[in-house]
Design a protein around this ligand. Structure first.
Ligand code: HPA
Length: 270
């Protein structure tokens, strides 16, 4: 795997000549942050050696290089999901590559279903911890010690300092934000009412089909992580209604400007 990561990073560096400091992964309906980036390069995934190609509607596949908040960033416009059929090593491969390109921080966004009864559709939730319910672990298999340790610590998976700064940014811009635990599972079905109830009982505030694999791999490589979620539908008993991918995209893009502001201001402080 190391050879492939190095090969891909070398290709990107040769093609773009760009040195990113921050990596950003954009979730469903949240690709609009790209409009805030002063873009210097756009690399479609299919032109990047060893990269998987994104298949889902609403997930564009480009690696974007440019300036955001005065910092050099690389942004994934569209991510790879386990439910699409990729293995965990493929889902997380771009995070490995971004680390080898030189990023010092990873910022992740996603859309999720709300489990906490005080949350409303359209709310932002800063992720302060997660529960991994994916059926396969991205670090399963022989460990490459040049990437990270065999048994990574997960006591502060989401950087407390970054969370604190993001909360301050939200407060000073009059943006209401929640904090909570994100449960990651494979999808692609949304949850049954009983599953939502179960996820709340085990300690979840929101549930989605991404983020956890990428964060685990980033932490394996000791990258500080920040993640933020948009609550696009409710899994709270009594509030559950039929939900489609289009609903998720719509709510996500409506709430996006608030999220974009927080990420942009946060990146400025890095
Ligand atoms: N469940 C799982 N994933 C999701 C949801 C949900 O309710 N909403 C957006 N992504």
């Amino acid at each position: 795997m190391l050879d492939k990561i190095k090969e891909t990073a070398a290709f990107i560096l040769k093609t773009t000549g760009f040195n990113p400091e921050v990596g950003i992964i954009l979730g469903t309906g949240l690709g609009g942050l790209v409009n805030e980036i002063e873009i210097t390069f756009r690399l479609p995934y299919q032109e990047i050696p060893n990269f998987p190609v994104s298949t889902v509607e609403g997930h564009q596949g480009n690696l974007i290089f440019g300036k955001l908040g005065g910092k050099n960033v690389v942004a994934m416009q569209g991510r790879f999901h386990f439910y699409e059929g990729y293995g965990m090593k493929e889902v997380t491969f771009p995070v490995r590559v971004m680390k080898f390109l030189g990023i010092k921080t990873l910022v992740v966004s996603n859309a999720s279903g709300g489990l906490n009864p005080t949350f409303k559709v359209g709310d932002l939730m800063i992720i302060n911890d997660h529960i991994n319910l994916f059926p396969e672990h991205p670090l399963r298999g022989k460990n490459d010690a040049t990437l990270g340790v065999r048994f990574p610590d997960m006591s502060e998976t989401y950087c407390k300092n970054l969370i604190k700064r993001a909360l301050e940014i939200a407060a000073s811009n009059n943006i209401a934000v929640r904090q909570g635990v994100y449960v990651g599972l494979q999808g692609p079905t949304f949850e049954t009412p009983s599953e939502y109830k179960y996820l709340r009982v085990i300690g979840g505030d929101a549930v989605g089909m991404s983020t956890v694999p990428e964060i685990i791999v980033a932490r394996h490589m000791n990258l500080p992580c920040f993640a933020i979620s948009i609550i696009t539908d409710s899994g709270v008993p009594g509030e559950i209604v039929e939900v489609t991918h289009e609903d998720v995209q719509k709510v996500a893009s409506e709430a996006e400007p608030k999220m974009t502001l927080i990420i942009k201001e946060l990146v400025k402080t890095l």
